[in-house]
Ligand binder design. Sequence first.
Ligand SMILES: Nc1ncnc2c1ncn2[C@@H]1O[C@H](COP(=O)(O)OP(=O)(O)OP(=O)(O)O)[C@@H](O)[C@H]1O
Length: 255
Amino acid sequence: MTKTIIKFEHVAKKYGKNEIISDLNFEINQGEFVTVLGSSGSGKTTTLKMINGLEKPTKGKITINGNDLNDTNLVDLRRHIGYVVQSIGLFPHMTIAQNIAVTPNLLNWDKEKINKTVDDMLNQVGLDPKEYSGRYPAQLSGGQQQRVGVARALSTNPPIMLFDEPFSALDAIIRQDLQQEVKELHQNLSDKTFFFVTHDINEALFLGDRVMIMNKGKIEQFDTSEKIVSQPATDYVAQLLGTVRQNRALWEQFK
Ligand SMILES: Nc1ncnc2c1ncn2[C@@H]1O[C@H](COP(=O)(O)OP(=O)(O)OP(=O)(O)O)[C@@H](O)[C@H]1O
């Protein structure tokens, strides 16, 4: 049976007098991989931050796992929502193991459980614990640091994972590897809900069970990649898809 895990009802958000989002409505099911695509400034990050309470809506209701965010302790909430950002945010003076153990330590887990979790999480993201646990972030490549960021976000086994353009600073090949791995990770953790913001249309279409396309604070279309490509709902979506076709035409010229 499908269960709604994230629900936005008539959500509005203003920064000062500037209304970024006027009436946002959507539902996400437990276990879905949702990607969010849209132009710069369309409100993707703001939407993501309203899920973990880093931003508060000006109006409307957000329900996470059946709980109204207004009645939820935000510190508790964030412990149940993993968060991976582009800038990674690893603590430079802590080892990789210590970085992954930050939240488990805050939760006073015993040492043995923490050590096992660190090893498990590193294995999950394809880094050998023997080799990487004792290193510092500066001793890792950008792609490896981003894997550690994912491992850290997974450490408390949160039901929801938020990703805010996690791979956009990485080169194309590493990025493709990580896309594949994150897709497999989601498949292996089948009950976890992923909400993944990206600028990259190919990334969005490849990863998402459903893709949310935003423009100027509104959802233009929220559907499977197949439906979006075959039946773009608005001119904006058609225009976005047009950019991919243009790229394809460019490639053809060089053949
Ligand atoms: N803390 C803030 N204070 C004031 N305005 C903000 C704040 N955060 C975001 N904004 C504005 O809100 C709008 C939406 O920003 P948001 O970061 O949600 O968009 P986005 O779709 O994620 O953009 P990008 O793809 O460029 O990251 C932008 O016009 C931005 O300037």
